[in-house]
Design a protein around this ligand. Structure first.
Ligand code: TEU
Length: 564
């Protein structure tokens, strides 16, 4: 089989509410995106992934959809969408939609009908259950099982209208759809086909390893100090998940290539990822796995754990080896759910921000897989200085803060320390376009405060500075497009136990690359097992003066090329 186009592609993720506001209401919109497309095209990316833009009460910023076949008025209209799609295609890029079908909004007509009566024809489209046996419905502890929701509190909401509970793994405004019911699946496939007929080029599928659940919905284990049981083992990667995705492929994707289908899968293992992305099984093109962004989390969510580089390399190295022959992976540091990587794994001080952002970009883009650039990453945007809980907007941050401080006995300052480092709003502060008021994002009041560092860190300044993170990312993307070894080369990790250096080689036919990144603020010399072989190699990329004897500056990254 020919190698698919998306092996060579780079994806750019837009979080529409924070990207560009054309109408001055403080919220990004589709016309704002259209006006800024040239910034993205100039980076050289192949695909744009849009976080959700469909009609939504915005309880989880659009990941709660009440009409899958219309655009939320906050963002524009279907006519604006068609114009955006054409403008993306005109620039030689493709557009991928966010598909949020593990759950809908509770304001979706499907759920409204489902909740109306026990005998509603749509009752079984969601997960309704009576109270725990022997308990009075609606009283504490009477929930059908002990699962906690991802955003804090129980995963069950009592609905007095019919005296039953419905399941919501995320917020109570995000009821889980019941994929066991074939009518649900057919309705979703029809909606997906409608978007593809409109011209979109694929889907990024939200928490798509949650759609098959253990239908007995058993209690989960309760971690020490927690109010709720962990449901994930019973709702992640459930017994029918592969079957459902294969069916989706048959009903929606087959015969429509070229498409891109990306499965966001928080709990996926390497073995499962191979199965989901093995082309012969006809399920999805690539997964979005989470292991490398959980590396600085521990069993206690209210403790911050420092990055241990050997652990990070162990994880990413295992994924490289695991998917070497069959399957494909997405490569990302950032998205709308993650803190900014330069603040997290790099150094966002004025001295090293630019250099460490470039180092992180180079390490990621030189792995095998499809790299994702999240809006602002190409500028080296940083975490935000949130002063108090009032500065946060994210339902996850607010839910965890309430649960931890009101019910689990944590001090507010301690919880804030964690939210400042981890909170999703770090990724959601408005895109920094220039040094004008509100960073050129809006003429109004932004829905989430602009990071005050926009006067230095912004797209206009980056475009004008040949040494910016932005131009470095352009170079990395061009290298992937020009050098087959970046796309197809095999991957060998070097110095796996080194605490400061991330080093590896890539090889394809007779071309070999050596990549070394210094994850520290100190000079570090790399003692490579094969140093002589690289003596005359060409230095193709570096973010600091060329080193002698692999003696790297703080946060330096180097990429050498040679012919074997
Ligand atoms: O996120 C999936 C997910 O697992 C998140 O809960 C994530 O792990 C967590 O927020 C990290 O702090 C997807 C979307 O990307 C996210 O924005 C949505 O809130 C979530 O699904 C529900 O749709």
């Amino acid at each position: 089989m020919d190698n698919p186009w998306w092996h060579r592609a780079v994806v750019y993720q837009i979080y529409p509410r924070s990207f560009a506001d054309a109408d001055g209401d403080g919220m990004g919109d589709l016309r704002g995106i259209i006006a800024r497309l040239d910034h993205i095209a100039a980076l050289g990316v192949d695909v744009i992934w849009l976080s959700p833009i469909c009609t939504s009460p915005q309880d989880d910023n659009g990941y709660d959809i009440s009409d899958y076949q219309d655009i939320d008025p906050l963002f524009g209209t279907l006519a604006d969408f068609d114009e955006l799609l054409a403008a993306v295609h005109d620039r030689g890029m493709r557009l991928v939609m966010d598909l949020v079908v593990n759950h809908s909004s509770d304001e979706h007509a499907w759920f409204q009908q489902s909740r109306a009566a026990l005998n509603s024809p749509k009752r079984d489209w969601y997960w309704w259950r009576p109270a725990r046996a022997g308990m009075e419905p609606g009283t504490p502890g009477a929930e059908p099982n002990n699962w906690g929701s991802v955003f804090g509190g129980s995963a069950w909401e009592y609905d007095p209208a019919t005296g039953e509970y419905y399941l919501h793994i995320f917020s109570r405004k995000q009821p889980d759809l019941n994929w066991e019911n074939s009518e649900v699946r057919e309705a979703v496939y029809a909606m997906m086909n409608w978007w593809l007929d409109r011209g979109v080029d694929g889907f990024r599928m939200d928490v798509i390893d949650h759609i098959s659940k253990d239908t007995s919905l058993p209690d989960g284990a309760v971690p020490q100090g927690s109010l709720y049981g962990v449901g994930a083992p019973h709702y992640m990667n459930g017994p029918r998940n592969h079957e459902f995705l294969h069916e989706m492929h048959e009903r929606v994707f087959a015969g429509r290539e070229p498409l891109l289908t990306v499965a966001e899968m928080p709990g996926v293992t390497i073995d499962e990822a191979i199965r989901y992305t093995d082309p012969a099984r006809r399920e999805v093109d690539m997964v979005f796995q989470f292991e490398h962004v959980f590396v600085d989390r521990g069993p206690d969510p209210w403790l911050l754990y420092p990055l241990r580089l050997p652990v990070l390399k162990g994880i990413l190295g295992r994924w490289q080896a695991g998917l070497a022959d069959v399957g494909w992976n997405s490569l990302y540091w950032n998205n709308h759910d993650q803190p900014r990587v330069v603040s997290r794994y790099g150094d966002d001080s004025p001295e090293f921000r630019v250099r460490s952002a470039k180092m992180l970009g180079a390490i990621l883009h030189l792995h095998r897989g499809t790299p994702y650039v999240y809006q602002g990453e190409e500028l080296g945007m940083t975490n935000a200085p949130f002063a108090s809980i009032a500065d946060f907007r994210d339902i996850e941050a607010l839910g965890h803060f309430a649960q931890a401080t009101e019910h689990e006995g944590h001090a507010p300052e301690d919880v804030l320390t964690v939210l400042r480092a981890r909170g999703r709003d770090n990724a959601r502060t408005p895109m920094q376009w220039d040094d004008s008021p509100q960073a050129g994002f809006t003429s109004g009041t932004p829905w989430l405060a602009v990071n005050p560092n926009y006067t230095d860190i912004n797209a206009a300044a980056a475009a004008a500075d040949p040494d910016s993170v932005y131009h470095f990312y352009r170079k990395l993307i061009a290298l992937r497009h020009e050098e087959p070894v970046v796309v197809y080369g095999d991957f060998t990790m070097l110095l796996p136990d080194h605490e400061q250096l991330y080093a590896f080689t890539r090889r394809h036919d007779d071309v070999e690359l050596l990549v070394i990144g210094n994850f520290s603020g100190e000079r570090v010399r790399a003692d490579l097992p094969s140093a002589e072989a690289w003596a005359g190699a060409e230095l193709v990329v570096s973010n600091a003066p060329a080193p002698t004897d692999f003696d790297l500056e703080p946060w330096q990254v180097v990429i050498y090329r040679r012919r074997a």
